[in-house]
Design a protein around this ligand. Structure first.
Ligand code: ADP
Length: 269
């Protein structure tokens, strides 16, 4: 892993109709890192991602991508630098999975042709998310989890150096969550892609992420290596959930068992 900075947020502030949502957010993410963004519902995670993408303008502060101010990027240059997978809801693209992933090539393809290199990039992206077998299927008839894999493939086909993901594994069962997070990790290590992803599962964050950003009520509550910031104390403060932390003797990684905050355990004796 090198020390080139890929994403820099400097004192970002944002409000929706005078309602402050993000307050003085500063952090930097190195090239090739997989960083988890964690925080309760409504804490400003999606808003922060949309600012980093240039979809929302901060009321104060600055975003730098690859050490260059976000506002100085032309749209096509920006699309070659950063890609995004939003929380999908009600998408209705009447396309095959292959055609949909091909849309990710638009910053690279010339106006008149879709080259064999573009086609190869689409196949590689579908292969990376274990979705090649879905290529000819109609996207609208895929399950939520299958659609999620195809949408991640579309973002990978864009070949941007930075990838932002908003809850990329929400529709996937545990096996496929591990499959996709492992593929994303490989993308960071092998291609030096920088990934910032909203993730809610602290055990998956422990397994896959290099660093974590903790966002609570629009403020950064922690930022650093997972082993330092994903602790039972911080999770209790951030999410209001008691966690029992333990160490996996095989990997040395910390894992967590949540305590039921509603005390709904039924005594069956
Ligand atoms: P998260 O992704 O952490 O759940 P969001 O960034 O979606 O949080 O939302 C942060 C806060 O901003 C929430 O209180 C939400 O209701 C509010 N919000 C989000 N989008 C809008 C909008 N378009 N207009 C007004 N308020 C919004």
């Amino acid at each position: 892993m090198n020390h080139r900075i890929a994403i820099q947020a400097q004192e970002l502030c944002f409000s929706y109709e005078n309602e402050p949502v993000l307050k003085d957010i500063s952090f930097s993410i190195g090239a090739g890192e997989l960083v988890a963004l964690i925080g309760p519902n409504g804490s400003g995670k999606t808003t922060l991602l949309r600012i980093l993408l240039g979809q929302l303008r901060p009321s104060a502060g600055e975003v730098l991508l690859d050490n260059r101010r976000l506002q100085t990027y032309a749209p096509k240059q920006l699309a070659k630098t950063i890609s995004y997978v939003s929380q999908q809801t009600g998408l209705n693209f009447p396309l095959t999975a292959f055609e949909l992933v091909s849309l990710g090539r638009f910053p690279h393809a010339s106006r008149f042709s879709f080259s064999s290199a573009d086609s190869l990039a689409v196949q590689r992206a579908l292969g990376a998310t274990h979705a090649l077998h879905l290529s000819e299927r109609n996207f609208t008839r895929l399950s939520g989890g299958e659609q999620q894999k195809v949408l991640i493939a579309r973002a990978l086909a864009q070949s941007a150096s930075i990838l932002l993901l908003d809850e990329p594994t929400v529709h996937l069962d545990l096996y496929h969550q591990l499959q996709i997070l492992s593929a994303l990790k490989r993308q960071c290590v092998e291609q030096q892609t920088t990934i910032l992803s909203v993730l809610h599962d602290v055990n998956l964050i422990s397994l896959f992420a290099d660093k974590a950003l903790l966002l609570g009520s629009g403020q950064l509550r922690g930022c650093g290596p997972v082993a330092e910031v994903i602790t039972a104390t911080n999770i209790k403060e951030l999410l209001g959930v008691d966690m029992k932390a333990a160490e996996d003797p095989e990997t040395g990684l910390r894992f967590f068992i949540p305590r039921d905050p509603f005390r709904s355990r039924v005594d069956r004796t």
